[in-house]
Design a protein around this ligand. Structure first.
Ligand code: SF4
Length: 437
């Protein structure tokens, strides 16, 4: 079980992928490799659920959306930046972006007053989003506490999940307070509500793997509100299947009409199986079929939610070796740290170096466990060849940690100075990003 509120094990990725059915994220399938963030190139984003419909939209130049949450529990640090790097990339392909400030969740799980959450969200997060180059077109930040559709949807979604399921997913016990238990439904409301505004549309949610329980719940909930299922049967036939018991004949008729518009001519309708087989369709057609059926559902007055997709990134190790955390300032570089603060933290950061310089020259260092190396790789050095050189020199014992830290500090100071400058330049845009509805 992964607990999204306290998960900290960062090294068990392949186990998690096997255990929970997370698929490998392959950036080679995305267009324009030169535009990809280093998180993709370096396989720091390593997994996904249901990303294929989003990929299809990117390839076809069609609309899709990104949803991200912002838990205002402290200042924004480099770990949080990983999501923004992805958002900026997807924005380049025309994605609509929704960022929900989880102020209600923060109140329920961390006792954070709404006013404090608002202040943190705007001044520590949104200011930095702007400085990181998020475009204002099609981007909105909203507050859970103020967006009525999200709260209403959370309540409606709650009809399809019971306590034992919530316990199995999250490990809730008899002493878990009800506000905390309700917060995953709020998250599901956040993730699905763009489809209330835009109609059925692929939505991708970039998250750390600790958030996977929310994604599994949300995908199950989206599916439980559907009238149709487009799938391949165990004997290899492709078809649309009605999931409800009432009005089956009429729904099959409408499904056939919608699929005919996709160009299929041949159908085999079997009402007693609630099935519409499409002999001319293949597995690769299922995404388009599902999208067409979801529109039929909206015409029927239903939601027609497409299952949200997710990408999963590795955690960045904190400078002290534990998880980077806003509540432990020494573990993290905050985006509004001064260059001097950043330098002081980096000087103290743990490395993958050996006890003595002599031993390091002989055995080489271990960049894979070095927070200095990983900070450069994830955030500070965009040149892949430079990082390959640093890694090779480290492993060969040609590089010692003192000099290496000095180099990293140079990059860090330039980054933090750049952030300050860009925050000052973009501050006037703040109000345009934040929505109070
Ligand atoms: Fe890390 Fe650099 Fe030391 Fe290698 S030489 S362990 S990369 S600080």
């Amino acid at each position: 079980m992964i607990d999204p509120w306290s998960y900290s094990d960062t090294d068990e990725y392949s186990h998690l992928m096997d255990e929970f059915g997370i698929e490998v994220f392959d950036p080679d399938r995305l267009p324009d490799p030169e535009k990809q963030p280093r998180l993709f190139r370096q396989r720091i984003v390593f997994g996904h659920r249901g990303f294929q419909p989003v990929l299809r939209r990117i390839e076809r130049g069609e609309p899709f959306a990104i949803m991200s949450g912002l838990m205002p529990s402290g200042r924004m640090h480099l770990g949080h930046k990983m999501v923004i790097d992805q958002i900026r990339y997807f924005q380049g392909y025309g994605a609509r972006v929704f960022v929900g400030v989880a102020d209600l969740e923060s109140l329920a799980t961390r006792n954070m007053p709404l006013s404090r959450a608002r202040d943190l969200a705007i001044n520590s997060y949104v200011r930095n989003y702007l400085a990181l180059g998020i475009g204002i077109e099609g981007f909105e930040v909203y507050f859970q506490s103020l967006r009525r559709e999200v709260k209403d949807l959370a309540l409606i979604l709650g009809r399809k999940v019971n306590l034992s399921t919530m316990r199995a997913i999250y490990g809730f016990t008899d002493s878990t307070n009800l506000g905390h238990m309700y917060s995953p439904l709020l998250q599901a409301g956040d993730i699905l509500h763009p489809q209330l505004k835009l109609g059925p549309i692929p939505v991708v949610v970039p998250v750390g793997v600790d958030q996977d329980p929310h994604m599994r719940l949300c995908r199950d909930l989206s599916s439980s509100f559907r009238l149709f299922n487009a799938t391949e049967t165990s004997d290899g036939r492709i078809g649309a299947f009605v999931k409800v018991d009432d009005g089956v004949d009429g729904l099959l008729e409408k499904a056939e009409g919608a699929l005919r518009e996709l160009g299929y001519l041949d159908f085999k309708r079997i009402p007693r199986y609630k099935a519409l087989y499409v002999p001319g369709a293949s597995r690769g057609d299922l995404i388009a079929m599902d999208e067409a059926l979801s529109k039929v559902e909206v015409d029927e007055g239903e939601y027609g939610f497409l299952p949200p997709a997710s990408t999963y990134h590795r955690f960045i190790k904190g400078l002290t070796g534990e998880k980077m955390s806003s509540s432990k300032p020494e573990t993290a570089i905050f985006l509004d740290d001064t260059p001097e603060e950043g330098e002081r933290k980096m000087k103290k950061a743990i490395t993958g170096g050996r006890e003595t310089a002599q031993e390091q020259r002989k055995k080489g260092g271990r960049p894979e466990v070095c927070s200095v190396y990983l900070t450069m790789l994830y955030h500070l050095v965009d040149d892949d060849r430079e990082m390959e050189r640093i890694e090779a020199e480290c492993r060969a014992g040609e590089r010692l940690c003192g000099g290496c830290k000095k180099e990293a500090i140079g990059h860090l100071r330039a980054f933090l100075e750049g952030m300050k400058e860009k925050r000052d330049q973009t501050e006037h845009l703040l109000e345009e990003f934040v929505r109070d509805d």
